[in-house]
Write a protein that binds this ligand. Structure first.
Ligand code: C5P
Length: 391
């Protein structure tokens, strides 16, 4: 239920503006107070009267239409518990990222300090534009949640990524944000993400297909649940909390050792290479006449196991990626590693796991309990994992 919550919806001038009528109805049905602020261009796609009837409130467009002593952009920002901008055009996204406040919507966004969700929608080439992508990254790094556009036929006739994500997705994100429990307040959660990179010579390396998405979703969810999140990753990622960029397994181990004592939860979602080359070649290894090249590999430390051996108050969570006998292998692994929980992934399926936006996992604990999490976005799975291990 959303009763007692004030939701501020910002609508910009994109064809998907008409879809927001349905979103307003959904929020109203759940008891929320809905306020709508539009850019003047949004009214080319949807009428003020429609939005007013659905939201049962005045619709705000003009910046200098001040009826009381408090400027509208400040009152709207103060009253709302959350602000959603959907559809968000490239223009409005870029203005908000750079702090430009040249109409009522961008001025409210500039004055807004609580949770903000932005759902972009635009032509696929505009979405790919470097300036737009840079501005999206700026917003993400400030903690603004971006609901990425989806792929499909676009109103402009193109086929590609740019379509507004579903209304259900926006509704779900708002519901989750407003009802998010701060169960991890006061806790430090350290998450690893991405595949480690083991250099062979200055141009070659050994690595794996891990995208880091699951780990990013977990560190984001922990942050949203009130934790002090620390992300140790081999991939580039922007977030409003501490990120330590590492490359190899040895780097990752050093970073983890630094963070370990103060941590309450360690979540090892990274795919750590089991082996590295025995001797890194400072010079590029030359091709020879021989048909074979032998690289001698040595074992990397099992970081998870070594952390479990020295843990005191920490809850340590491992991940395992299995292509066969998932439960049997996971059971053996939890005993071998000594971790509190093990999150098992079935990598034989192409619709979940590596690089996918979705996942389906089974969580095992050391007492033999098993919890299956049904297929869902990595964001939803991340939250469920944290809730489960927190107990
Ligand atoms: O043994 P396996 O690689 O399947 O175990 C996976 C789990 O162990 C993951 O949580 C991974 O981050 C961790 N791991 C590790 N050090 C290694 C290999 C894996 O911490 N050298």
């Amino acid at each position: 239920m959303l009763s007692g919550k004030c939701i501020l919806i910002g609508i910009t001038g994109g064809i998907a503006a008409y879809k927001i009528c349905e979103l307003i109805r959904k929020f109203k049905k759940k008891g929320a107070d809905v306020k709508v602020v539009c850019t003047p261009n949004a009214l080319n796609f949807v009428t003020k009267l429609t939005l007013q009837n659905l939201s049962q409130n005045e619709v705000y467009v003009e910046e200098f239409d001040v009826k009381n002593w408090k400027p509208e952009h400040i009152s709207l920002a103060d009253e709302a518990d959350i602000m959603i901008i959907a559809p968000a055009t490239a223009n409005t996204i870029s203005k908000i990222a750079r702090g430009i406040a040249d109409n009522l919507l961008t001025s409210v966004a500039c004055a807004f300090s609580k949770k903000m969700i932005i759902a972009p929608a635009m032509n696929c080439n505009m979405w790919k534009n470097q300036a737009v992508q840079e501005n999206i990254n700026i917003l993400k790094a400030r903690g603004i949640e971006i609901l990425e556009p989806e792929s499909g036929f676009l109103a402009c006739g193109y086929l590609g990524k740019g379509r507004l994500c579903s209304i259900e997705k926006i509704y779900g994100a708002v519901d989750e944000a407003l009802n998010y429990s701060q169960i991890l307040k006061g806790k430090k959660v350290v998450v690893t993400a991405g595949g480690t990179v083991e250099d062979i010579d200055p141009v070659r390396y050994i690595s794996n297909y891990s995208s880091g998405k699951m780990g990013f979703a977990i560190s984001d969810a922990a942050y949203q649940m009130g934790a002090e999140s620390v992300l140790i990753t081999t991939k580039n990622f922007e977030a409003p909390y501490k990120i330590i960029k590492v490359k190899s397994a040895m780097d990752m181990q050093n970073a983890l050792n630094e963070e370990f004592d103060q941590a309450d939860y360690i979540i090892m979602a990274a795919a750590v290479a089991d082996y590295r080359v025995k001797e890194y070649s400072k010079q590029k290894i030359k091709k020879t006449e021989s048909d074979n090249l032998t690289l001698e590999l040595v074992k990397n430390p099992d970081i998870l196991r070594s952390l479990c051996e020295k843990k005191t108050h920490q809850t340590v969570v491992g991940f395992c990626a299995e292509s066969e006998n998932l439960l049997q292998n996971a059971n053996e692994k939890i005993a071998k590693k000594g971790c509190d929980f093990l999150v098992a992934n079935d990598i034989s399926r192409s619709d979940i796991g590596f690089s996918s936006d979705d996942n389906e996992v089974t969580i095992l604990d050391k007492s033999g309990r098993i919890k299956k999490l049904e297929k869902a976005s990595k964001q939803v799975i991340a939250r469920q994992i944290l809730e489960y291990i927190h107990g």
